[in-house]
Design a protein around this ligand. Structure first.
Ligand code: ZN
Length: 221
């Protein structure tokens, strides 16, 4: 082998080593081994809250899929209760109840490290705005998740409201795994509505939420 060939091979090998090292650094699989269940609220004939042609169910799904992508990139195993525009009910009567029972069943069956249900809020008073995290005491970790995610998210997202205890949501009373329900914003508020329907804000919010989830698991260790 002449010197020239050896040099080419050496450069080639060094490039491969440095590229793979960079790849490993970029892909710090900080959520490897964690299972996260995402639950995009509503679907199908159940649109959730609406404003003209903007449906809560669609934004919930868009945001959940973005979150799935970013959490998967950190090594997490991510499940979704629905991936299309469809509710989860198995019966025609008491449809809503059947839908919620099935969501809780799927999550309980998998026993994830965390579940996150994604919704949008709506109030007749359009002044209310911001993201808010709801929790119950079915799992003792729920309050801590709500408080930590709220604190982390406040650093990079404006109008993050204080977490709120709520034990009345039927579905969440039946989920034994740790988790929370996040209302990403108010569809009734013009500012929130504008942001939630624009991809640059959607992406920023998901990046913040992903980093907050990552931080939660790191601090928990
Ligand atoms: Zn909802």
């Amino acid at each position: 082998m002449n010197k020239y060939k050896l040099l080419i091979i050496t450069i080639f090998l060094m490039t491969i080593i440095s590229v793979s090292r960079t790849y490993a650094i970029i892909n710090n699989y900080s959520l490897l081994g964690k299972t996260i269940y995402l639950d995009p609220g509503h679907g199908g004939i159940d649109s959730g809250t609406t404003y003209k042609k903007i449906y809560e169910k669609d934004i919930n799904l868009i945001m959940s899929k973005k979150l799935e992508k970013s959490l998967t990139a950190l090594g997490a195993t991510v499940y979704l209760t629905r991936e299309i525009d469809k509710d989860l009910s198995l019966t025609k009567h008491n449809r809503k109840r059947s839908d919620l029972i099935n969501r809780a069943y799927l999550i309980n069956k998998t026993k994830p490290d965390m579940y996150i249900s994604i919704h949008l809020n709506y109030l007749s008073d359009s002044r209310y705005k911001g993201l808010q995290i709801f929790y119950n005491n079915k799992n003792q970790e729920n309050k801590q998740i709500a408080q930590s995610l709220t604190n982390y998210m406040k650093e990079y997202t404006s109008n993050v409201r204080e977490p709120k205890y709520n034990s009345t949501y039927y579905m969440y009373r039946n989920i034994t795994s740790p988790g929370v329900l996040i209302e990403l914003g108010f569809l009734s508020n013009p500012d929130d509505r504008y942001r939630l329907t624009h991809e640059d804000y959607q992406d920023k919010l998901i990046t913040n939420l992903t980093n907050s989830i990552e931080k939660y698991f790191q601090e928990k260790r």
